[in-house]
Design a protein around this ligand. Structure first.
Ligand code: FES
Ligand code: MG
Length: 574
């Protein structure tokens, strides 16, 4: 393999050349307390850290960066830790999705404007994974992802709890009057018991698994619990690899091929992963110049079995998955569906990892002849209500609803939904189709996770736990139910969802992949002609830029001007 010389390192432009600028950079490195032999001629490894005291999922990353640094020093590199914005799924409003592209831009520009030869990307809470990787793709310098790791399993009086998933379930029970306030207090303390991202197969676990199967992490990294000693060791090993990757000039463009993305689609389905991964993976692929579409997910969904028995659709959580063999174990069971002769940041092709991989618990990672379900976990729907597509995670829905016609009950935005969902005068029955609009990329704004519309309390008390729900919103990866999501185009830009009225019959037919508003086209044309576009959500600032450039869900919700890679000049040293 070709290796760079010290003079060919990107950082050499900053530190090693003749002239005043380079002199000044060396002087300022002395100011940092480093002697020449500690950094001159060594690869500079930028550790991009999404640690924040308002992100409990990443609260251990401040210390974990020290393990990465240890690895970088050991391998003869020079580590520099750089704080980047955290995207805290829990606390950030209206939704972290509003800021995914901002973190991607920050990542790209931070790497571009500093003397950095290779990057270690530290993240894991939902949007942080795609954001960091999207920025690294566009900058295209060597980069390795260090997933923050899942929390340990939740616990409530001996019962296994999944973060997110079981909160929704207990909340529904509380609304139905089935459990006490004291029970809920106990759930509150037991549902998120350690640092780390949500330990169900929600968006975080799905996206860190995506990073791993794409080849952007060390093998097995995604499922290691945040507080396990193995996590410290993985962080140090990633630091060591980052130094080698700088010398090898192993860039994301060499790793993130069309085959890698195809394998990521397959993996998301075999995991029964989050619907949000559809949006993020399309956005990442388009950065890489790979034309991934919704149809690629639907096609794979018809042939990839769900093998992971993980909440929210299954029984276990990520620590069980880790101990059962983790992602390499799962991938070893679908080898025939993958392209394992691909490079990875680990320096070895995926095939070698899979040859050594084993499954230690068939209950958690099912055998091919005993899958959770024979078909994949996602379906892409089209029809006159979603001309550019919509997504449903049908393994997480009650089967009786997968072919269903019912009258629409329409809510205009989340505030309207919260205000009226329990209004006793609304003609809602278990057969109604709940419609939420004004919750897409522009309308939300930021496409919030409002897609699991709440079931009215009076129906909960009657034992109803699932209904057909349709929206242009997203849904938390820890949610479940017959929720049709990501309807495109969204209502805010005049998509057909804007034309639905209370009582209109809507048909969901998952088998046929259809979503139909049963209203004659002439009537829809009349409604379309009378439709008035709503006001934009922002008048200034980042929000105005978001509004001007955000693309629809079927295109990954990236900004139109961020597509692709490269094209920006290296900064001059002037
Ligand atoms: Fe951070 Fe779920 S809140 S991953
Ligand atoms: Mg989430």
């Amino acid at each position: 393999m070709q290796r760079l010389t010290p003079e060919q390192l990107r950082s050499h432009q900053w530190y090693g050349t003749e002239g005043l600028r380079s002199f000044s950079h060396r002087a300022r490195t002395r100011q940092l307390g480093l002697s020449a032999e500690e950094h001159m001629g060594k690869p500079v490894v930028g550790i991009l850290n999404t640690w924040s005291e308002l992100n409990p999922c990443h609260i251990h990353l401040r210390e974990r960066a020290q393990d990465v640094k240890r690895g970088v020093w050991q391998a003869g590199g020079y580590p520099v830790e750089l704080p980047v914005m955290s995207l805290s799924e829990t606390f950030q409003k209206p939704t972290t999705m509003l800021y995914r592209n901002l973190l991607a831009m920050e990542t790209e520009e931070l790497l571009r404007s500093h003397p950095i030869d290779a990057a270690v990307l530290m993240g894991g809470c939902d949007k942080t994974t795609p954001a960091l990787i999207m920025g690294a793709i566009s900058m295209d310098i060597p980069a390795i992802f260090v997933p923050c790791g899942p929390m340990i399993p939740g616990n409530h009086r001996g019962e296994l709890l999944g973060s997110g998933s079981d909160m929704w379930r207990y909340w529904a029970d509380k609304q139905a009057g089935l459990i006490t306030e004291a029970d809920m207090e106990d759930v509150l303390s037991g549902i998120a018991r350690s640092p780390g991202h949500c330990m169900t197969m929600g968006t975080a676990s799905t996206m860190t698994s995506v990073a791993e199967v794409l080849g952007m992490t060390l093998p097995g990294a995604a499922a290691i619990p945040a507080v396990a000693s193995a996590h410290n060791r993985m962080a140090a090993a990633s630091g060591r690899r980052a130094v080698e990757m700088a010398w090898e000039d192993l860039r994301p463009s060499a790793v993130l091929t069309a085959e890698a993305y195809a394998d990521a689609v397959t993996t998301i389905l075999a995991l029964g992963g989050s619907t949000n991964a559809v949006i993020h993976l399309i956005a990442m692929a388009r950065r890489s110049g790979v034309p991934l579409t919704l149809d690629d997910f639907d096609e794979a969904s018809r042939r990839v079995p769900v093998l992971a028995d993980l909440k929210p659709s299954g029984a276990y959580v990520m620590e069980h998955f880790h101990l059962a063999g983790g992602l390499p174990g799962l991938l070893s069971r679908i080898k025939d569906l993958l392209h394992p002769d691909r490079p990875t940041v680990g320096g070895r092709p995926m095939r070698e990892t899979l040859a050594a991989a084993e499954v230690y618990d068939d209950k958690v990672i099912r055998r091919r002849d005993d899958p959770m379900s024979q078909e994949g976990g996602l379906a892409v729907l089209r029809g006159n209500l979603a001309p550019d597509g919509a997504v449903i995670k049908h393994v997480a829905a009650e089967p009786r609803l997968l072919k269903h016609t019912g009258p629409a009950v329409v809510f205009d935005g989340h505030a309207d939904l919260v205000r009226r969902i329990n209004d006793e005068s609304l003609p809602i029955t278990a057969d109604s189709v709940l419609v939420l609009r004004g919750a897409g990329p522009h309308g939300g704004p930021g496409m919030p996770e409002h897609g699991m519309l709440p079931i009215p309390d009076r129906l909960l008390k009657m034992g109803v736990r699932d209904m057909v729900r349709i929206s242009d919103a997203r849904m938390s990866g820890t949610s479940y139910g017959a929720c049709v999501l990501h309807v495109a185009p969204e209502s805010h830009v005049g998509g057909p969802l804007a034309l639905v009225r209370d009582g209109d019959p809507i048909t969901l037919d998952v088998e046929a992949r259809r979503l139909t508003l049963e209203v004659p086209e002439e009537e829809l044309a009349r409604r379309r002609a009378a439709w008035q576009p709503p006001k934009p959500a922002f008048r200034r600032g980042y929000g105005a830029m978001f509004d001007a450039h955000i693309m629809q869900a079927d295109q990954g919700c990236d900004f139109d001007f961020l597509l692709g890679t490269g094209g920006a000049p290296e900064p001059g040293m002037g």
